[in-house]
Design a protein around this ligand. Structure first.
Ligand SMILES: NC(=O)c1ccc[n+]([C@@H]2O[C@H](COP(=O)([O-])OP(=O)(O)OC[C@H]3O[C@@H](n4cnc5c(N)ncnc54)[C@H](O)[C@@H]3O)[C@@H](O)[C@H]2O)c1
Length: 399
């Protein structure tokens, strides 16, 4: 029985619908687009930029996007863009713009993209504006009967102010991750004030998750950015740390609050906490470091955060992994709820819907794990397969 489960965990490979490789004529950088599935002629998934990004990584991410749209029962397929380039290089914006220009046939008609690692939404939208596409959801928006009013609605939703001084579009994904953690803690009976969390990455996803976990009364005892790990067993002052971030999601070490210990970047993996949230790079948990995981549960905010073999080790040790395509899917689900008119303009409507769906899904995953030992990824896959095995629409109506 357990062997079958482990096989199911590693059987993640299936062929994408389409792969494209682009070479930047100015820098020689490579960019990739993978469309894993097209549903109603559309596919959705962010665009990332990082030195070392590969086609294989983008394939994994596109497959993950298809799984997310299935689990959240969205009438679109999954895709992903990736560019192998250092986002801090002064030429990075030019590379991104030329990549988007080269991808125009897909961005015009089929591929709805958004921010991802190294590419903030405001930068992507500036590039789209310069290309005459207005906003990164262009392929969906241009299907609306009145595209300019849909564009206005999308921008209003993304820029809606929410408590804490944030914009809804910047924190909704992290809000979903926080509620995946809260559902996990609830299912195990861990009281919020007693539950501790360690987060790798403090950018869009990690920062948003840290904020809402702190708000829920959980202790965020460790966070890492690209420069290192910050640790405080009594709980970090999350609002103060978020104020110290730069545009790359890195914390200014010269102004750290008292009592924060600075540790090497990799120390986050072993941080003593109930829940570990990888919210930065893909393949963060591998066979090389899985034995050092100090948490009792893993909630994946980063896409493809755990390699299949490392996940099998974790589940063998009794540590459930709430998979990326559930835990971090709040960002894409919400974007489509906005596009499809399934949430109103009041941010509380979006928070309520995401909270309700995330708590229900993660509770189901953790309870099945606790009662029957079925890995959460397997239950989530079954949920997605059930949703997307039903007859899918050939077209979507964007109001
Ligand atoms: N932004 C979204 O809407 C979204 C949605 C779903 C999933 N994701 C996934 O979440 C992850 C993070 O994306 P993001 O948009 O928050 O990125 P981001 O660029 O906003 O932030 C990345 C954070 O990770 C840190 N970091 C980078 N390398 C690190 C390392 N080796 N060790 C520790 N920290 C490191 C950075 O310093 C920064 O704090 C990615 O895997 C992405 O695919 C993002």
């Amino acid at each position: 029985m357990m062997t079958e489960r482990l096989e199911a965990l590693s059987a993640r490979k299936d062929e994408p619908f389409m792969r494209l490789t682009w070479t930047d004529p100015q820098t020689g950088a490579h960019g990739f687009l993978v469309v894993h599935t097209l549903v109603s002629d559309l596919a959705t998934g962010g665009t990332r930029m990082r030195a070392g990004c590969t086609m294989s990584e983008v394939e994994d991410l596109a497959r993950g996007m298809a799984a997310k749209t299935a689990v959240f029962d969205l009438p679109v397929g999954g895709a992903k863009g990736g560019i192998d380039f250092d986002r801090k290089d002064p030429r990075a914006v030019g590379v991104l713009q030329r990549f988007c220009q080269a991808m125009r046939p897909w961005l015009d008609a089929h591929w709805v993209t958004a921010e991802d690692l190294g590419v903030p939404q405001h930068l992507l939208d500036e590039v789209f504006e310069r290309l005459g596409l207005h906003q990164s959801f262009h392929a969906a928006i241009c299907r609306a009967a009145d595209p300019s009013s849909t564009l206005h609605r999308v921008r209003a939703s993304m820029n809606a102010p929410v408590p804490g001084g944030f914009l809804l579009g910047d924190v909704i994904g992290g809000y979903g991750v926080a509620h995946a953690c809260i559902a996990t803690a609830n299912a195990y009976g861990w009281a919020p004030a007693q539950a501790t969390v360690a987060i790798q990455g403090i950018g869009t996803m990690g920062g948003g998750a840290a904020w809402y976990l702190h708000e829920a009364g959980m202790r965020v005892v460790a966070v890492a950015d690209a420069a290192g790990t910050l640790y405080c067993p009594d709980g970090l002052d999350v609002p103060a740390l978020l104020d110290l971030r730069d545009g790359y999601g890195e914390i200014d070490r010269s102004r750290l609050p008292d009592g924060v210990e600075q540790l090497p970047r990799e120390a986050i993996i072993a941080a003593p906490a109930d829940i570990f949230v990888p919210a930065a790079i893909s393949y963060a948990i591998t066979m090389e470091n899985v034995d050092r995981i100090g948490a009792r549960a893993v909630v994946e905010a980063a896409n493809s955060a755990t390699t299949p073999d490392a996940e099998a080790v974790l589940t063998g040790r009794g540590i459930p992994v709430i998979p990326d395509f559930v835990a971090n899917a709040g960002a894409v689900a919400w974007a489509w709820w906005v596009l499809l008119g399934w949430v109103g303009t009041d941010p509380e409507d979006s928070f309520r819907r995401l909270r309700t769906e995330m708590l229900a899904k993660v509770t189901l995953l953790v309870e099945r794990w606790a009662l029957d030992g079925v890995p959460p990824r397997q239950t989530a896959r079954e949920l997605g397969a059930t949703n997307h095995s039903l007859p899918l629409p050939r077209t979507v109506t964007i109001p």
